[in-house]
Ligand binder design. Structure first.
Ligand SMILES: Cc1cc2nc3c(=O)[nH]c(=O)nc-3n(C[C@H](O)[C@H](O)[C@H](O)COP(=O)(O)O)c2cc1C
Length: 320
């Protein structure tokens, strides 16, 4: 079965530097979502968001920008901004689980408020011609919340609804709730994309068998932990390329150099790379030992030595 793979946005990870390097060394992703744009009370787009979306920084990628807001004026402002850059679609984040966001009625904290969702979608559809897509959890307190939102969503010509099959309250704990995801399939006319815990080819196949009507799949953390995963899913192979470590090393060195050139000083780059290794380490044997090695490297020289030692004579093995 043909499938479309989407890179689920991860704020702090999947910016244009990561996306370009990923595309060059691994491939397998059809479309990348950029991490959300959030305005802090002012109608101003931060320069980091601007850089991330500039077409010249995304020449080989298909990218869909994302917004997180509960305000129609903000939505309209960001719509105008992305349309001026040449984008046709804006994805709306109703998934973020963190209390700082949800307590303000944004992210997954907005799912329980269908009237507000209706008001915003109504204004956006009557005042612009942007294509809107959604990325949602199934609720904050309960997976039933989304069921009250579907009748509203069904009124609008949304491109699709991507669903991370958890509720906000879970944050990332517990498993995905596949029965509730099935209920979503049964109760909306919109095209659904599946998102959540795709970490290996076999996990992907399990999901594909369970949901035969789904042909769009979003991968977030699994793609950072195992960047070979999307191309392996696409090519239906279980074996890593023979030179997986060399490919991974080139990818690593590319993002390292780019972040090093951008971030000032040795501490920010070490912290940035440590964040990546929290995921990368999961694809090596003894992840905790790998991560400890990275943590112990207190300067760039030692960091480079640590990476060489981790990669020496090792195989890329993916999530176990
Ligand atoms: C560090 C981090 C940052 C994230 N940033 C975003 C974001 O900017 N926009 C969004 O829609 N989801 C964001 N997510 C959620 C992921 O896109 C994805 O929906 C979630 O991790 C479940 O998919 P996965 O199991 O494939 O990772 C983030 C998740 C993490 C862990």
């Amino acid at each position: 079965m043909n499938c479309t793979l989407l890179s689920s946005p991860l704020q702090g990870f999947t910016d244009f530097r990561f996306r370009n390097a990923f595309q060059k060394y691994f491939g397998g992703i059809d479309t990348f979502y950029s991490p959300y744009i959030r305005l802090n009370g002012k109608l101003v787009i931060k320069s980091s968001y601007q850089r991330d979306l500039l077409l010249e920084n995304n020449t080989t990628l298909e990218v869909i920008p994302q917004i997180m807001t509960n305000d129609a004026d903000e939505f309209l402002f960001v719509t105008k901004y992305i349309q001026e850059l040449g984008y046709k679609e804006l994805n709306w984040n109703l998934g973020c689980p963190y209390p700082m966001v949800t307590k303000r009625g944004m992210g997954s904290g907005l799912i329980c408020n269908p009237e507000k969702i209706n008001h915003i979608l109504n204004r956006v559809h009557s005042e612009t011609d942007v294509l809107v897509s959604m990325k949602m959890r199934m609720g904050y307190e309960s997976p039933e919340e989304i069921q009250d939102v579907f009748p509203i969503l069904d009124k609008y010509p949304l491109k699709n609804i991507a669903i991370h099959a958890r509720i906000g309250k879970q944050v990332y704990k517990g498993g995905v709730d596949l029965d509730s995801f099935q209920k979503c399939i049964d109760n909306t006319k919109h095209k659904l994309y599946y998102n959540g815990d795709i970490t290996s080819v076999s996990k992907f196949k399990e999901m594909q068998e369970r949901f035969p009507s789904i042909d769009h799949w979003m991968i977030g953390r699994g793609l950072i932990a195992d960047p070979f995963l999307p191309s392996m899913i696409k090519n239906n192979v279980l074996e890593y390329p023979k030179n997986s470590i060399e490919i991974f090393k080139e990818f690593h060195d590319t993002i390292f150099e780019q972040y090093d050139a951008f971030l000032s000083g040795p501490t920010p780059i070490r912290m940035k790379m440590y964040g990546f290794w929290e995921y990368f380490s999961l694809s090596f044997s003894n992840p905790q030992k790998v991560l400890k090695k990275i943590k112990k490297a207190k300067n760039i020289r030692n960091y480079r030595i640590a990476v060489s030692e981790i990669l020496a004579n090792k195989e890329f093995q993916g999530f176990q």
